[in-house]
Design a protein around this ligand. Structure first.
Ligand code: ATP
Length: 239
């Protein structure tokens, strides 16, 4: 299980962005993290991935553990080596490299596992196989998101942290991404899914958290969140 406890994050010494956040991502699950713009969702993912500067005081209090082992003092590469991999918001693919070159960069392991993981990625995203020799910069937004997810899968992560994978994509592509997240999970990868698209996230997650102003205000099974009046009004637009 990946867990955060009482996590406080401060930017620029003054701005308290996470105010004692607790979150649990049990192995094998899909957990959704919802919240408005600026609530602190990306910051929480960055903390879990080791991208915040602990020594500089950005993580001011609290802990992050993986199967009980404190990891919040580890740097990003050590956390990645433990199998925790983040797909950043905005995709961040390398536009001047081909699709396959982008994927190969993601798999810093043995040539054999690169082949296995490439096959798996192409199976999940057949469109990437069709475009493998194309420059990534020429892909559509949805294909670039698929490539970003595929690249993270190349290292065969235990925990995949997805930051707004549906952002800016057409409904049909969102459904494709949603279905692939389910498949990835069924293949054994645990998923923490940050989404503004609450309907999509809660449709596939077992459990969800709602973050507001850097604090967890709801922590419930996804079905309960879907039935909650405030969630329906503010996050599903069904008020
Ligand atoms: P969004 O969906 O817009 O990304 P979010 O819930 O992911 O929102 P964060 O990106 O974590 O929220 O941002 C939380 C707050 O911290 C915001 O007010 C943001 O402006 C601020 N912030 C984010 N990154 C930094 C940074 N590196 N330095 C200073 N402030 C930051």
């Amino acid at each position: 299980m990946l867990a955060a406890k009482n996590l406080e994050v401060v930017y620029d010494d003054v701005m308290l962005v996470l105010r004692g956040v607790g979150l649990e991502v049990p192995q094998g699950r899909i957990v959704a993290l919802l919240g408005a713009n600026g609530a602190g969702k990306s910051t929480l993912l960055r903390a879990l991935s080791g991208l915040l500067d602990v020594h500089d005081g950005e993580v001011r209090r609290g802990s992050i553990t993986l199967d009980g082992e404190p990891i919040h003092t580890y740097d990003a590469s050590r956390i990645a080596a433990l199998g925790i991999k983040q797909v950043m918001e905005g995709r961040r693919i390398l536009a001047d490299l081909t699709v396959e070159e982008n994927l190969r960069i993601g798999g810093h392991v043995s040539p054999r596992s690169i082949r296995t993981n490439l096959d798996r990625t192409y199976q999940l995203f057949p469109v990437l196989a069709d475009r493998r020799r194309k420059l990534a910069g020429y892909l559509s937004g949805g294909e670039q998101q698929m490539l970003a997810i595929g690249r993270a899968l190349m290292s065969d992560p235990k925990y995949l942290l997805l930051d707004e994978p549906s952002l800016g994509l057409a409904p049909m592509i969102v459904r494709q991404i949603r279905d692939v997240i389910v498949q990835i999970n069924q293949q054994g990868t645990t998923v923490l899914l940050v989404e503004q698209n609450a309907a999509m996230a809660l449709a596939i997650a077992e459990h969800g958290y709602v973050l507001e102003n850097g604090a967890v205000v709801m922590d419930k099974p996804a079905a309960d969140l879907l039935a909650d009046g405030d969630v329906r009004e503010f996050y599903l637009g069904l008020g």
